[in-house]
Design a binder for this molecule. Sequence first.
Ligand SMILES: Cc1ncc(COP(=O)(O)O)c(C=O)c1O
Length: 489
Amino acid sequence: MASLRYQQVELWIRQGIQEQRWKAGERLPSIRDLCERFGVSKITVQHAFQRLEAQRLVEARPRSGYFVLEPVQCSPERHKDRCDPPKRVSEPADVTVHNLLLDVMERGAAFDLCPPSNLIAEGAPLIATDALERQTGLTALNRSLGRALRRQQNRHHSYYDQPAGEASLRFQISERYRRRSTVLGVDDICISNGCQHSLFLALMAVCKAGDVVAVETPGFYGVLQLLEQLQIKVVEVPVIPTQGMDIQALEQAVNRWPVRAVIITPAFATPIGALMTDTARRRLMALANEQDLAIIEDDIYAETAMGTMNSAADVELPLPLKALDSEQRVILCGSYSKCLSKDLRLGWVAGGRWHASIVRLKLVSQLASNRSHQQGLADFIEDGGLVRHLKRYRQALREQRDQLLQQLTHWPIADVHVPDGGLAMWIALPESTDTLKLYGEALMSGIVITPGPLFSASGAYRNCLRLSYAHAWTRQRCSRLERLKNLVR
Ligand SMILES: Cc1ncc(COP(=O)(O)O)c(C=O)c1O
């Protein structure tokens, strides 16, 4: 049943196509017409169209609107013409990350526009605990961690954990991947200090200073920081919201420059939240095998897949690229930061053919992980705590995303992609907006934003913003968002 507004619009168009109200090649009603017809915002209609685009039922034509696509049985050549996105790739370049990132992180604000009061200048009190945090399984997680600490034998204090980490946690991680059709043995996994650490280990194992690495653009600032630090050059490959990284553009880059590795988030890449299509995944793996590329897969958001209204409890999670890796060239990185706790600082890396050197690098960079935390987390997962938490969390994320969408109704938005997973939405404001300037103005109102230029090495996306729905829309957050809208205007 289509109960959300975008679902009603989507259903109406889909039925119209099935009943041939509009035939292949015909133009669909304009966004404005649909807004009037359904009494909804532009974003709602755009979201419905984006979903239909992802289902390959419609296509957007620049400045012309949306058109009905022919059914999929078209000839491979025609299909190629239609699917192949524009080719735009930057030259390999050194990376300099904007100083603002440190400021955002110091305010604890990467995913919250009004972070805890002690971190922002204004000092307005924030509601102590989000409803979400009370409802989801975080209390149970704390109990498991506490029990593991209490049970800890004193001798734990006198010895380091083994470099690869606690076998019980590695087993639980391998079990979660088994559900996603990915076979990983306990010995294929190394515990890290979070996904950022996993990415660092992967890059250290595969690249040296001066090498060229391809990344998504817009993309994760943490990766840009690593590339800067390791003096690795970057080629930025555009993300297509409905397909993920533009593989044709990547192909072009690989043919032109000596790309050593690709860092990619196939499921709900931040900041756009794009989900890679199966075709794009297969093309990427074929290219990697052909050109001998290392693939560093950032799988941190896969577990935040929201599913549909009725299936949030039992969501079908996207497969990792690792499931298609016949040559051990995918280094799978992940953590529990986005689906459970950012404070656990526990992640993993399955390094494929580089695994032994990755374990050695873990020893170099961290010596060992905290054993009690790993055991507590493994117990929590084994007891079904993670599955219970995710059921409620996904539901909450979907509601919070839709609430954000609703609140954006009267914003001057030029473009938006509404993701089906991840923690944030990426919005493009009118070209004249400067979100770096907006950062300072918003701060004066106790609002911390993540401006677009943080998500690129080239300083692009000045008119873009990443807005998070990771937290409950308390009255305070709603009013700050309203204030931000006024500043944007
Ligand atoms: C895509 C992506 N990868 C990795 C990380 C870092 O994860 P962790 O907190 O586990 O180090 C983040 C955090 O924002 C992220 O968005």
